[in-house]
Design a protein around this ligand. Sequence first.
Ligand SMILES: C[S@@+](CC[C@H](N)C(=O)[O-])C[C@H]1O[C@@H](n2cnc3c(N)ncnc32)[C@H](O)[C@@H]1O
Length: 235
Amino acid sequence: MTALEARHTRELNFTEIRRGLQALSSLYVERRDRLPGGSVFDGHGKRAAFALYYGILHFLTVRAVVRELGDAARVRSVCDLGCGTASAGAAWAAEAGARYEGVETSGWAAGEARFTLSALGVSGRLVRGDLMTHVLPGGGAGILVAWTLNELDDAGRDGFRARLLDARRRGARVLVVEPLSKRVAPWWTAWAAAFPDARNDEWRFRTDPPAVVKLLGKAAGLDPRERSARTLWLP
Ligand SMILES: C[S@@+](CC[C@H](N)C(=O)[O-])C[C@H]1O[C@@H](n2cnc3c(N)ncnc32)[C@H](O)[C@@H]1O
């Protein structure tokens, strides 16, 4: 986390990253229709805010979830679909001692993901590509789709669900993570019904992120210490 902070504060000051965070959170909450166009990563401030703020929070959240899931989450490899900067998937891989594979359309995010793996000492590879067509692994693998399904359109998400079920039948364990907000994931109930034997959890954690994350959150009117998420877990 210290290395991540140094990397992103080298060229941008606090105000620039704070502005980026406000723009990002407005995209995620009010202007969601613009997400599929890739406008999340179209400016230096937003990129730094995504890597630093959401990256650290997604890392802390997924690490806490995986710890709660216990031995069943001890997979041999983690396939992280829509991996962003890899913080969520690398948290799972580091906990499990697993090999990592990330799939991501954005070249910038894939570059950041390489930095995350190296900083955490997680071995693995990045694939620049579309999660909709990536060949999914089977037995021994964990498949993670974290804060990404809500960026797909309804038809794409439904088609992808069938592929996840198939990977599950071939022995993969699947973890889907989304925000608790019904507005962001109105399709959650239908997904939970399609995986009737999945563990369906709502999490609320109190985390203690680094000072820079707390300061950024405070300045942007967000509280990074109160974390929540919902997950579907198919062990
Ligand atoms: C909100 S971010 C979440 C990133 C990461 N999973 C995390 O938890 O921090 C969503 C990511 O999914 C990627 N993405 C969206 N659609 C994708 C697709 N069809 N194939 C691969 N990546 C995709 C975006 O580029 C973005 O990096």
